[in-house]
Design a binder for this molecule. Structure first.
Ligand SMILES: CC/C=C\C=C\CC(=O)SCCNC(=O)CCNC(=O)[C@H](O)C(C)(C)COP(=O)(O)OP(=O)(O)OC[C@H]1O[C@@H](n2cnc3c(N)ncnc32)[C@H](O)[C@@H]1OP(=O)(O)O
Length: 718
């Protein structure tokens, strides 16, 4: 809806009304069309102001309407009519002017904004382009390079930046609508000839071709295989090279290629999925809307290795005062140097300042006596962590929340070491902890709703996407990753190379294939875990060398570690690097020889493996584990798993996440391929489709937003 009234005698005030963000639904568009008509037809009205109710101008098109039968007046002619009006129209921007919201404002003759507002054209993040004239008006208003940047990244800019770029005419600290009405009165009767952006020409540039070539290279590099950024560049190019009307035609054509694409569906699904993970629940009935988080003002970090340092920085950046504890003097000294410089770099990036005295350092755990929350980040060793939790339970206030940053160990067992197991949860950060967006909040059997709520809220305060998951080996993310890694190893045994596997995954859209990623994070990490589990015994010979606990096992990773090949840090891993710590992976003839010899030793005849098999084996097995995790209630819904994979494991966002991908591929096909691979590899039990996956197929493969019903109701017929 849009409300219309006359104010100050001669200003027609149109207020968009569609909470919470005044999205341009069919009824809002109809309301605008009707109101503009009324204002222009009313002789008493000399100028018009458009604003949004509740301090938000407009969050853009109503994303929930996409993919449905479109109704109501279309945006393009609506904005065209506003621009063509013979009375000045002023946009009064508060809160957000995004997507279609900013395009509406660009159709107005003037734009006045509150200083706290954010503006942007984020369509690219939804797999679209700004197709209500945004790609044609913005370059004409602010120049091609700046418009290219905003449209291809979708970033939101502050009012101050928007003013500097020339998007806004005025920024105010006062009541924006009042200021806009006053302004509208002041421009009554003035010529509008120079105010219609569609009549502008783009500022000429000397080397247009190389500008667009560079832009194209940049977007292709940033999001492998994503089609929307490419279309955005093409649309802006049309603005720079064609008259407005032809540019609009090109914008429309390009939008048509995107609008119904799988990528747009995936990105729009993911937009809502990110928000759904905030509405967490646990099997014991704790929920986001009924569990009260505790205030956390002072926190502590135990262990200042790579993870502990990152967590310390993340907490300080969130405005907490932090006690950073490291019992090894040398490590403490190094951390005291590293943390401030990480903070400084973060401040430069984010334009913030952190009080240096918000962090105090200590060599003893006694220093955490008065904190509200502790995050343990010591070496991944259960005996060591047990000791730390026993100590914390004695030293801390009785109501202090005790969190562990373990990536796979049993949170319930750690809780059992304390006096208040209900106050223990996992907070699983991803390296680098101050940069990576993902936080897995792991609730144990006895974690209280308040403990889970507090960790979830703290994650949000740190700018993370916090996902609540249950306690099991590897939680959700690493448990799925294990299956993916194992398949990659098996593929090498069967004849693939690291290059072939990585190429397939990178072409799928991962920033790094599994072997490059393994070289980056260090092969020794998994090796230590496998050794602790009694799996990494390379003295075994014959068939038992490749079998553990009755299942197929590949000792390839263990063998590489025994050769001292830990990845980038040693300059050798699945690839070779020019020096230890080198970043550029090169194919390594030693590794290929090693694989040949390994296969010969085990009587494995290499076969030709294509990209499709790589993708199906690696991804479907990971997806299958995801279904198992849903079945067990470790994750509450597919959105949780998808958020974990996009934010923590580099799953390409334009593919929506593993569970959404399964929905796109078709659950029946996933089952059929898994069954086929299981037949070929009967000693790999987790290639068997999970019970939930089969149940969904038996229920007619419902779309992903209905899966929760099937999960909730084991006997559901939907
Ligand atoms: C021919 C075609 C022509 C034109 C095409 C135009 C394309 C577009 O305009 S696409 C839309 C572009 N806009 C956006 O991408 C903005 C999306 N929204 C946001 O970024 C944020 O919501 C926000 C506006 C900055 C507000 O943030 P915040 O205050 O943190 O609230 P949220 O939790 O994000 O949102 C609250 C609630 O609103 C829902 N929502 C937000 N925006 C939209 C929207 N554009 N359409 C529909 N729904 C929207 C959001 O999902 C939340 O609801 P939940 O139920 O919690 O999911």
């Amino acid at each position: 809806m849009a409300q219309y009234r006359r104010v100050s005698g001669s200003v027609g005030l149109i207020t968009l009304q569609n909470p919470p963000v005044n999205a341009l639904s069919a009824s809002v568009r109809q309301g605008i069309v009707d109101s503009v008509k009324r204002a222009l037809g009313d002789q008493k009205v000399k100028s018009v102001v458009i604003c949004g109710q509740n301090g938000v101008f407009c969050g853009g098109a109503d994303i929930r309407e996409f993919g449905r039968q479109m109704s109501g007046p279309p945006l393009v002619p609506m904005i065209h009519d506003i621009e063509a009006a013979n009375k000045p129209v002023v946009a009064a921007i508060e809160g957000s002017a995004l997507g279609g919201g900013l395009e509406l404002a660009l159709g107005c003759h003037y734009r006045i904004s509150h200083s706290k507002a954010k503006l942007g054209l984020p369509e690219v993040t939804l797999g679209l382009l700004p197709a209500a004239g945004g790609t044609q008006r913005l370059p004409r208003l602010i120049g091609v390079p700046a418009a290219l940047n905003l449209i291809t990244t979708g970033r939101h800019v502050t009012a101050a930046e928007a003013l500097q770029l020339g998007i806004l005419d005025h920024v105010t600290e006062h009541n924006t609508v009042d200021v806009a009405v006053k302004f509208a009165l002041s421009v009554t009767g003035e010529s509008l000839d120079g105010r219609r952006i569609s009549s502008f020409s783009c500022a000429p540039l000397s080397d247009l071709d190389s500008l667009f070539e560079e832009a194209m290279l940049k977007v292709r590099g940033a999001a492998r295989g994503a089609i929307a950024p490419v279309a955005c560049v093409q649309a802006v190019r049309a603005a720079a090279t064609l008259p407005y009307a032809q540019g609009m035609e090109r914008e429309k054509e390009l939008m048509a290629t995107l609008f119904h694409s799988g990528q747009a569906r995936a990105l729009q699904y993911f937009f809502f999925a990110q928000r759904a993970v905030g509405r967490w629940s646990t099997p014991s009935g704790a929920r986001w809307d009924t569990s009260q988080p505790r205030p956390v003002r002072k926190a502590a970090v135990i262990g200042l290795g790579t993870m502990g340092r990152g967590i310390t920085v993340a907490l300080a950046q969130a405005g907490l005062s932090v006690v950073a504890v490291e019992t090894h003097a040398k490590q403490l000294m190094e951390a005291k140097k590293a943390v401030p410089s990480m903070l400084k770099r973060g401040a430069v990036r984010g334009g913030t300042t952190i009080e240096p005295d918000s962090i105090t350092y200590s060599e003893t755990v006694q220093a955490v006596a008065d904190v509200d929350l502790v995050i343990e980040a010591v070496f991944e060793d259960m005996a060591l962590k047990e000791k730390v939790f026993q100590q914390l339970s004695i030293v801390c206030k009785p109501d202090t929340l005790l969190c562990t940053n373990t990536s796979s160990l049993d949170v319930d067992h750690l809780a059992s070491q304390t006096r208040h197991p209900e106050l223990v949860v996992g907070m699983h950060f991803f390296a680098p902890a101050h940069v990576m967006k993902l936080l897995e909040v792991v609730y144990g059997r006895r974690s209280s709703p308040a403990a889970v709520a507090t960790a979830m809220q703290l994650g949000k305060k740190m700018g993370k996407v916090s996902v609540a998951v249950g306690n099991c080996r590897g939680f959700a993310g690493n448990r799925m990753l294990k299956r993916y890694l194992e398949q990659a190893f098996f593929l090498l045994e069967e004849g693939a190379t690291p290059e072939l596997v990585d190429r397939a995954l990178e072409e799928f859209g991962f920033p790094m294939g599994v072997f490059r990623m393994s070289d980056l994070s260090g092969l020794d990490v998994g090796w230590r875990v496998r050794k602790a589990d009694g799996l990494a015994d390379t003295s075994l010979t014959g068939t038992s060398a490749r079998v553990r606990q009755g299942c197929r096992y590949s000792p390839l990773g263990d063998l590489l570690c025994e050769h001292g090949r830990f990845g980038q840090k040693t300059g050798r891993g699945w690839y070779q690097y020019d020096k230890p710590g080198g970043r550029v992976a090169k194919s390594d003839p030693w590794l290929h020889n090693f694989l040949d010899e390994y296969r010969a030793r085990h009587g494995l005849v290499p076969r030709c493996i294509d990209q499709q098999e790589v993708l199906e084996r690696c991804l479907f097995v990971l997806i299958n584990e995801g279904f198992q995790i849903l079945e067990e209630g470790i994750a509450a819904g597919p959105e949780d798993i998808d958020a974990i994979y996009v934010f923590g494991y580099g799953w390409p966002r334009h593919r929506g996440g593993p569970m959404f991908y399964a929905d796109m591929v078709g659950l029946e096909r996933v089952v059929e391929r898994l069954e086929r691979y299981h037949q070929a590899h009967p000693n790999v039990p987790y290639l068997q489709p999970s019970g939930l996956l089969r149940r969904l197929v038996a229920n007619g493969s419902p779309p992903i937003h209905k899966w929760r019903n099937v999960i909730k109701n084991r006997n559901s017929q939907l």
